[in-house]
Design a protein around this ligand. Sequence first.
Ligand code: SF4
Length: 1021
Amino acid sequence: MSKSADGSGLRLVATPLALSQLALDNQQKAAIAHRGSPLIIRGATGTGKSATLVEAAIDRIRGGQDPESILILAFGRERASEIRDAIVLASGGTVQEPVSRTFHALAFSILSMQSGDAYRETVLISGAEQESFIRSLLQGNIDDAVTWWPTDLRAGSEATMGEPLLTQGFIRELRDLMMRATERGLTPAELAEKGKRLGEKFWPAAAQFWQEYLEISANMDSGAGDSKMRIDPSEIINSAIAHLKNNPDLLADLRKRFTTIMVDEFHETDPAQRRFLELLAGNDLVVVVDPASAIGRFRGSDPDGVNQYLERTLPTATTITLVTNHRGTPAKYAVELRSEAEEAQYIAYQIKRAHLMEGVAYKDMAVILRAHNTTATSIRRALGQTGVPVAGDREAIASNASIAPFLLLARIAAGSEKLTLENCERLLLAEFGGANSISLRRIRTALLKARYEATDTRTGTQMIIDAIDKGDIPIAEGDELRRVHTLLAAARSSLRKKSASIHDLLWAIWSNAQNADNQLIKDAWERAALRGGARGATADRDLDAMVQLFDSAARHIDRMPGSHPRLFLEEIAQENIVSDLITAKGIRPDVVEILTVHSAKGLQFKRTFVAGVQEGIWPNLKQRSTLLGAERLVERERHGEDLAQTTLDLITAQSLAEDERRLFHVATTRATEQLHITAVTRDEDSPSAFFLEAAESDDFTATTFDNARPLTANALVASLRRALRSSKSVEAAQLLATLAQSEISVADTNNWLGAHPISTDAPLFDEGQLVPISPSAAESFEQCGLKWLLGRNGGSNGDSTAQLLGSVIHEYARLKVEDSNATDEFLYESLNNAWPLISDSAGWINKAQLQRAQKMLERFAQYHRTSTRDVAGVELTFEFELGNAKVRGSVDRLEVDKDGKYFVVDFKTGKAIGKKEAAENLQLACYQLAVVLDKFEADLTRTGENPEVSGSHLVYLGHTAKDVTTRERPPIDVAEVTSHIENIATGMSSPVFYAKKNKFCGTCPVKTSCPVHIEGRSVIG
Ligand code: SF4
């Protein structure tokens, strides 16, 4: 699109395709001029075969032939429309469009060419829908306990019977076998008979299933009362053949109409497609063939048999072989990298550099992979971070992290997923939930505290489920729960509408979802996308994925009108529903494509990056269909049934290896200027033989990558800021100012973290104000001032199970002393009864935790039994002032020895500390000081004099040693502890707090806000 000449609006500009822009050589001219007999055009990649086909069509049209009498058959919808557009463009837009179709599209339209009462609209179901249908039939087989599936395909026990049949792998294999058999014109009975004869033990069962599948599909109605005929991809060509044979008039009409038939990439045809072509084609037939670049064997094509087929069926054909390489020879690089991340960075750097410094358009560059895998994800991320626009994510929509929670909510609303704790947490942690791991714990604890009555014995888990499910939210601080519940209610309400579709459901969720700032998420994403930067790129990608989701839903409604939304949700969870390439290009033309080699077929780019050429990945020599043997069926059909098993295995393996080599050939012949192939060498990862062959050949320059500064505004601003800080560079300051004026937001000092003046340097407590200190806070401050500061201001973990357990054990310790009826057995039983309130885990984790808790209680009982001192009191509170410190706390237990001296006991449920550390323990010191100063609420004076302490210890109930483990702190030096606490109070009232690395940093709840750790550095700036 570009501005119109008068600047008043936009006008559409067609992009000329490269296909017919070549200078034609003699062979091409001969092929274009050829008439009178079938023509076979051969030639390697880049010799202009397709361009010749296009020119041959134009030549006929210019000679007066009706464009609509020319039928062009291509592989892939996009390829078909490219050829059609190329013909129209190359003729200056003066010709009518010829008919350019895929084999499937042609068969599909022929099936609709019926007349009379028997007419039914035909709907082609997708692979995912077909698999979903197979799955439901298999489930029926299991429910009906059909006997034809061998026991090998069923798990041993009653409980698990049938499960192997329902795995995605098995369903795919079954679908493959049925498709390959259909393409080869076999019937279920023939497949069963072959299976028996050839020792393929699962084929008879698969054949029975196939028969059932055919019968049910024939009778199947959508359930919505429409009159559509659904047909799956494997049947469509055979059905069209049968239809033509049953309607000779229709066949004669078509033969009369299509006087010329041209087939692009004939090597990708399967036997059924060839039979279909034989029916339709007359004398003016042009086929383009290059078996070396066939990649469709996994879809049933037969590149190995194509030459014999052509010799047999077109004995009078003329063959012209094209030899001139029109694509040019690109510079070739084999780049070995040290990690997948480095591989992604290399590709992002090269693409950005080519665009910025050499003016290569993004759409002229592509990344090609063997398959979508983690390499695709890391490359996509690196491109996004570098600011390179990438075409819509062609990975599964369901695996998009931002979309997945919306789908989960939809599945729960539709009843195909249960509201478990795990799902509740996933919803709460989603953007529309707005929770994080800390707030989740707080919510749970708040819910437990808010149980209405003593009879309410629900667990925290049940309360969270009830909150989301029924809106039963008895706490004020549960906004996260309220948002998720409201959204779920909106989704459920959309389904109550008559004939609610998947679109209604998705729209109810998407249009109502709000984030923690009460903004609609759809508006928030849109605003972020328009702002740009890394967040903008993410929002852009997420919006793309959401659009794809709605597109897929719309296609599903077209195909299966009236079906329950659950069906779509099931399919999308099982299948990679990928973006539509044409749509993606239409929305953002100048974008880099990340393509699988199958989707790169037939395309051409200035620069390509063939990535992930790793051992085990490319070539991928793993047999695809080992159990049901669709590949063995294909090879036996091609090479004869008498093959010995070992020969067959060899042929299958060889075919697979050839397939992989052809795929690599296709991937490495897409570039006109530069080709980069990349692989990683690290630990167990190594480049594959394909990469090594290329790297060692003279055609390639073998190279590595020295990390260069990413070509992003962020990285540039960071280096300018460094230069400004280290050398006060005036140029750096000027450049930053220029960038800021050009609205590069990261260069604007207002947006720099740490660039703003400190909001206050006032001390935390005013002069003369008392500083409240608990013994545990004093210890925390001792470890690290920042941890204490952030902890007292919200940066602490909520109550975990461990903390709840600690409180419970302490409570029992109190009970044991204060209630003479509290026997050990009574305590054990109470713990068991209360356990569901304490732990939210399930299964063996729950069991293990309960056992641990029981052990703690036993150890406490043992301690209580064996202690030689009397118990003076438990949970005794104290308060005293020292300087500007107001120390307040409570001691777990005070014991008194035979000399009347007090001994402080502190119970611990965590790990034991070292003896030396315990000897200086500040908590115990505070307790002892409270005793010596006689500051307990309870009266400790026994002799009329100030109480004395004989020492203190920590008692570790959770320690695994046989006996109860203790750690001693001897009697304190009162003056020393007093001054220590006064110093802490002074430190706590300071305006400055320091982060002090210590051995507890690993479990510190505020580590992500701590400047001494990489995780938190950016927060402080
Ligand atoms: S991570 Fe370590 S240094 Fe940082 S705040 Fe926590 S305890 Fe202090």
